[in-house]
Design a binder for this molecule. Structure first.
Ligand code: BF8
Ligand code: SF4
Length: 625
């Protein structure tokens, strides 16, 4: 019988560490998942409600028990309300991250965050121009301060529009306005979700879900887009560069510092502090050859995109990094950080350092991070890691060999630059049929499916069929681990795509960044649609989240579909308890926003669905099959 590790992941490094965990009696997310089985079917179907204290109520999916909650809420209402709360949480996570980025930007403009500066001046000016902020006869500081205030105002706006929604094609904007789903302020939409789902407020499933679309748009074209843009101004807009990925990036003889979470405000400083001469000297004194910073999840993607900092793994590899026994510090900020890391790090010498004023976990060394003394704090964190190096137990150390090269840094700007400054060559390739279309594949890992199986196979299938793939988040890391983010991966692509990649020297799968950077995909899609004079929903494009798990992914799915891109989900969302809601999401939305969801766990079938949609759109545009 094959060990469980083989069923759990397709990735050899992951398998090796799962075997080590088993040998050492260490529990991981996969073991905890097994202990949860069978999971609650009411929860899976989305039919339980705890929104007031007359409940919890649940609807019997087999029609034998209760068909309504105490207040009379039906399965349709309960499922829709629960989904809206998921969207609210996801939009809140992305947007609150954006708020912190803007607050740092504002503090920097007032001289209160001296560790930060402007790395992309051109972007500063172009963002300011979008807000009508004049650059004439004004200092960079004045422009920055005014732009920071304008961006901050997007959160508390009572009347829209959120400025960056104006980047969408005219027809899309008109559609959103007609449907009444144009987002107003970011916080306003999220608060309204909580209000509407309170007991006895919004009780019509379609009405509830339309607000879900509006809220998600305030994330994609609001919070997430603001996070991306401000981080580009502060830390630089990514450009193509080479890097390495997977657990093998951890070093036997250097101090290993993992940065995990989502906010580059902190991780940028850690990357810098790891090069500080005094800390490097200290590392030598402690017997280490240097300091090695490696990322996990999206904060890793942020520093990977801008500095080529290696990535140790995806969401489901966070525990495995610690299990290598070679991590001196696991430094976390917010989102996708498993609380299990507390007890796990206790089994090794690893220091678990939480930094965000918003997020603490059991078993952490808390070193709270504030922008005013960012670099000092980052140095303190790195010093803690360095001082922990002598505590490493060599007999517990086992770092997998797997380490894969990748080419990353494909911001929308970098893609346009690679194309020679305009989307025309890509449009020509699509029109001529050498590239069939664009597939946006994103999202998490989920213990319910074999780690990376959905990600890698779906993407391979798409490129084989001449679909250029753009990727972010954990999908990007999974693709990197599978060797899909190198120009040589063009050999796995169909003839047409292969030719285009070889001519441009790019991989067939383009890493566009972290999950907030899905906003880059929106910008790119919008640029292509505008160049063609069509709507985003007319493009031969499709999206997928093969292994999604997070509420952020629900918000992302909703804004991608609301923007006009058909999206295939690889894990089942908790909506099947309502035929009406499931039908609206998978069919009805097509007639509303010109795109819908599909659910397909098999990555090969998911690829077929995406390819069929791409063909359909090609045909409608009069392009050859
Ligand atoms: O924001 S893909 S597991 S890390 S939620 Fe989390 Fe999902 Fe990874 Fe990035 Ni996105
Ligand atoms: Fe039950 Fe209605 Fe209260 Fe929900 S809101 S817990 S369905 S009574």
């Amino acid at each position: 019988m094959k060990p469980k590790a083989y069923e759990r992941s397709i990735d050899p490094a992951t398998r090796a560490m799962l075997l080590k965990a088993e040998k050492e009696g260490i529990e991981t997310a996969w073991d905890r998942y097994e202990k949860q089985l069978p999971q609650c079917s009411f929860g899976q179907l989305g039919v339980c409600c705890r929104n007031c204290n007359m409940g919890p109520c649940r609807i019997d999916p087999f029609g034998e028990g209760a068909d309504k909650g105490v207040c009379g809420a039906t399965a349709d209402i309960i499922v829709a309300r629960n989904l809206l709360r998921m969207i609210a949480a996801g939009a809140a996570a992305h947007s609150d991250h954006a708020r912190d980025a803007v607050l740092t930007f504002k503090k920097m403009s007032g001289g209160e965050a001296g560790s930060y500066g402007i790395k992309d001046e051109a972007k500063l000016f172009s963002l300011a121009a979008e807000y009508g902020i004049s650059a004439e006869d004004r200092s960079k500081e004045e422009i920055t301060a005014e732009l920071a205030s304008a961006l901050l105002a997007e959160f508390g706006k009572q009347e829209g529009p959120i400025q960056y929604t104006r980047r969408a094609p005219e027809t899309r904007l008109r559609l959103w306005a007609e449907l009444g789903i144009e987002p107003r302020g970011i916080d306003r939409e999220i608060v309204e979700c909580m209000h509407r789902t309170h007991m006895g407020v919004d009780n019509d499933a379609t009405h509830i879900l339309l607000h879900g679309l509006r809220t998600s748009l305030s994330d994609g074209w609001g919070g997430s887009m603001i996070a991306t843009e401000v981080q580009d101004v502060l830390f630089g807009t990514p450009e193509p560069r080479k890097a390495t990925v997977n657990l093998g990036v951890l070093s036997e003889d250097k101090v290993n510092v993992i940065i995990h979470g989502h906010e580059p405000i902190l991780s940028e400083m850690i990357v810098e502090a790891a090069e500080d001469p005094t800390l490097l000297k200290l590392a030598k004194e402690k017997g280490a050859k240097g300091i090695n910073v490696a990322g996990i999840c999206c904060t890793g993607n942020e520093t990977l995109m801008r500095h080529g900092t290696p990535i140790a793994g995806t969401f489901l590899q966070q525990e495995l990094a610690v299990i290598t026994g070679a991590v001196e510090a696991m430094v976390v900020d917010v989102q996708c950080v498993m609380p299990a890391l507390g007890s796990l790090t206790g089994c090794y010498h690893t220091k678990f350092i939480s930094t965000s004023p918003k997020a603490d976990f059991p078993g952490t060394n808390r070193i709270e991070f504030h922008e005013e003394k960012a670099y000092e704090t980052a140095k303190e964190i790195v010093r803690t890691a360095v001082e922990n190096f002598p505590n490493r137990s060599p007999e517990k150390v086992s770092i997998p060999d797997e380490k894969q090269e990748c080419m990353v840094g494909f911001s929308a700007e970098a893609i346009l630059k690679a194309l020679g400054g305009t989307p025309t060559p890509l449009i020509d390739a699509i029109a001529g049929g050498s590239v069939k279309g664009i597939g946006a594949v994103v999202g998490c890992n989920n213990v319910k499916v074999q780690h990376n199986y959905g990600h890698v196979n779906l993407v391979k299938e798409l490129i084989k069929n001449n679909v250029l793939v753009v990727t972010t988040g954990c999908n990007a890391i999974a693709c990197a681990e599978a060797g899909l983010l190198v120009p040589e991966a063009a050999s796995m692509a169909g003839e047409g795509l292969k030719g285009v990649c070889e001519a441009l020297g790019i991989p067939p799968v383009l890493h566009m960044g972290s999950c907030v950077d899905i906003s880059r995909i929106l910008v790119l899609a919008s640029a292509i649609a505008k160049a063609l004079g069509v709507d985003i929903s007319d493009l031969p494009a499709a999206g997928a989240a093969p292994e999604w798990m997070s509420e952020k992914a629900v918000s992302i799915g909703a804004y991608v579909v609301s923007s006009g891109v058909y999206t295939v989900l690889g894990t089942v969302p908790p909506v099947l308890g309502s035929a009406a809601v499931a039908d609206l999401l998978t069919r009805g939305l097509d007639g509303v926003v010109g795109a819908s969801f599909a659910v397909e766990p098999d990555p090969f079938k998911a690829a077929s669905l995406m390819l069929a949609r791409i063909e359909e759109k090609r045909k409608a545009l009069g392009l050859k099959a």
